[in-house]
Ligand binder design. Structure first.
Ligand code: PEP
Length: 257
């Protein structure tokens, strides 16, 4: 059984006051709804994490960091460690987002090092993978995703992966308004599950949540979330709008199984 998750990645949006207001509203929504085991996550900027984790403490809404450093402590200007996240009771960390890979040079090796640090600290990683438009056009999407998985998971054993969540986010669908068709998304999610079965074991394959990300909106979510190997969504733009995000949560509650 996989965990079913609706997660919002706020990227570099919303000043502190607005972020906290929206988190409070989404948290109130989650408290008032029957979520049927669906986990709801918001990843605001580092600046918001202390307060966001405080106001959601003991509530249904979970808070995630958008990234972390791979080192335990030390002279790494501008960085935030997993120990710092743990100390403020922040349990979830997104790593390997395509924007980190594309704009800030996060390589598979660096993502692997971050993933190991996250797991060592006892936090829960959401590992992002996904091919570019050129890769998709060349028919290389499975090759690319397999190589990202191989790079990110290098040196880890099946037992290490109990808390792993993967987000499949085709780069060509992120923030572009283009979405993978439900079948394209399902095919890749199935491919990832098979990869986990082949390289680890059936338990990892059956219990790793695989989220889809890439222009998920209320009008396309139902079909995407109904696919057998899609366990929820990692949502950018639509998670910044209260009405859209709460609608996505409702759709998740209705169709994610
Ligand atoms: C994302 O950045 O993780 C994402 C999926 O963004 P959007 O929903 O805006 O495409």
């Amino acid at each position: 059984m996989t965990r079913k998750i609706i997660a919002g990645n706020w990227k570099m949006n919303l000043v502190h006051k607005d972020a906290i207001n929206l988190i409070s509203k989404i948290s109130d929504f989650c408290e008032s709804e029957t979520l049927n085991g669906i986990e709801v996550v918001i990843a605001p900027t580092f600046l918001d994490l202390v307060e966001a984790n405080k106001i959601t403490n003991g509530k249904k809404l979970n808070i995630a960091a958008q990234d972390c450093n791979d080192q335990e402590v030390g002279a790494y200007t501008g960085e935030v460690s997993t120990e710092m996240l743990k100390a403020i009771d922040n349990q979830i960390v997104i790593i390997g987002h395509s924007e980190r890979r594309e704009y800030y040079g996060d390589t598979d090796e660096f993502v692997n090092s971050k993933l190991k640090r996250v797991l060592k600290t006892g936090l829960i990683p959401i590992l992002c993978v996904g091919e570019s438009l050129a890769d998709r056009k060349a028919g290389n999407q499975e090759k690319v995703v397999a190589s990202q998985l191989e790079g990110a998971l290098k040196g880890l054993e099946a037992d290490d992966l109990a808390d792993l969540t993967i987000a499949y986010e085709p780069v060509w669908a992120i923030g572009t308004g283009e979405t993978a068709s439900p079948q394209q998304a399902q095919d890749m999610h199935q491919f990832i599950r098979t990869y986990l079965n082949t390289n680890y074991n059936a338990i990892v394959s059956e219990e790793t949540s695989i989220l889809y990300g890439g222009s998920v909106k209320p009008d396309n979510a139902k079909e995407l979330f109904s696919q057998p190997d899609i366990d929820g969504g990692l949502i950018g733009g639509a998670s910044l709008k209260y009405d859209d995000f709460t609608q996505l949560i409702k759709i998740g509650v209705e169709v994610l199984r």
